[in-house]
Design a binder for this molecule. Sequence first.
Ligand code: B12
Length: 478
Amino acid sequence: MRFALVFNPFSYKIHEENLRIVQKYFGMFPPLSLAWVASIARQAGHDVTIIDARTLHLTKQDVLKKLRDFNPDILGFMMTTYMFPETLEWIRFLKTALNVLVVIGGYNLRVYPRESVSHPEIDFGVIEHALETVPLLFEAIEKKQSFEKIPGLAYKKDGVVTVNPPQPVNFENFPFPARDLLPNHLYAEFPCERKNFTVMVTSLGCPYGCSFCEAGRTPFNPRSAKKVVDEMQECAERFHIREIDFFDYDFTADEKRVVDICEEIRRRRLDIAWACRSRININLAVLKTMRAAGCSRIYFGIESGSQRILDAIRKNITLEKIRDTIRSAQSLGIRCLGFFLIGAPGESKTTVRETIRFAKALDLDYVQFSKCLAKPLTPLWQQMIKESGTDYWQDWILGKETDRDLPRPWTELTNQEIDRLTRWAYISYYARPSFLAKALVRIRSWDEFKRKITAWFDMVCFQEKKSRAAVNFVAYHE
Ligand code: B12
């Protein structure tokens, strides 16, 4: 089969958890999910291409032209809940022009498999992982066999959506993402210091149960240290990658695995700077090992400066532990970024002020304040459904809802107040002369200076009163 995967550009949404200004400067990231699917299909003997229309700034017409040259039998798209309608619009356009089969996958299929596949332009949906499902699906299409026994597949049988339950997969058995099909030299993230840059995922799931996160209590499914470092080495040798951001929900969940990865990086003398996301419960000895192996930034989920809020969201950490861990990481020269939530259960103006004060006292290199959102599969989503009597996200997937601010029945703050407090949190954090002086001293190149100073001015001086939806939204791109 000839299989073309398309990553379409996406716009800013009102219901997003981040302010528009933050989305704008996030960066350009490789469509990693599609790169996994591509390598899985290729391993099964199919011809595959990926068109990263977002990064290459391609229009629908440009993509159509490229697809006509490739002449696919089947098109593939990744679906998140939030960007579903606009990806569907791309699918509609390309399917009408090419009249080929369409398969979709991605996180949204786990939440709404039936609703996603109910649209007439979708032929197949892969509910969880592509590893077993895609090779079996392509074989069944080629041999004109039944789809009944293919695990993890949603398809239409006599016009009715049928869902075959998925089977668990072992992440260790995945081939490396097909980065050879991507424009690796174009990717970067805001705090990035070296190029080429990429992202990696080395584990699935998260054993913790925070109430705002959809990954809570999903089985932790790690790849071995050897496999992880083999992929890093491939990145360095084949794609000239010198900086990697590990996007795992909690890269440090298994201490022994982290130490093994670090020792293997050092043994192979890989010259790669890397960053990762971690919970706050990580000790000085492990941090030292990470630093020695090239870890330059850690993104910590801190969420709040109020112990009451931390307990309400079931974060299972203390303010004291946060201070301790950040101090340890900083003492080793690791740059620390804190993720914070505004508008969490039980939040008031007072607790937001506590959070801002706490973030400043931690003296973090970067902070991100997100508006707490009822994301699908979270306890907060269940609460929103119970209190509003409808499932906004389900209606959104079915095309019955518009992009709008969602209710937050768990706090006394209004959406307007949450928006204003979030903007204020950023401005009061980043506009401090002490922060600016420290950040300027660390800048290493003219490009980095331009990127950071423009973002700073945008954030502090020109930020809009309320983030607007934007069809022509362009993320910053170096
Ligand atoms: C890397 C990443 C990105 C990258 C690359 C996106 C991409 N297409 O690869 C960037 C930074 C661009 C990105 C952007 C966004 N992302 Co993102 N991203 C991730 C992240 C961290 C890792 C993805 C990954 O590689 N996982 C490992 C692989 C093995 O698993 P997988 O992605 O689930 O893919 C497997 C299956 O889902 C399936 N599959 C996936 N896609 C397809 C497509 C086809 C055709 C088939 C057959 C199968 C298939 O097969 C894959 C291999 O088994 C995940 C979180 C996570 N840890 O998974 C979030 C995640 C997928 N992203 C998420 C979100 C919200 C977004 C954004 C909306 C954020 C924003 N506001 O801008 C955008 C939307 C992008 C879009 N076009 O829709 C959510 C989705 C939640 C939801 N309910 O839909 C997640 C789950 C994070 C989270 N916890 O919130 N993201």
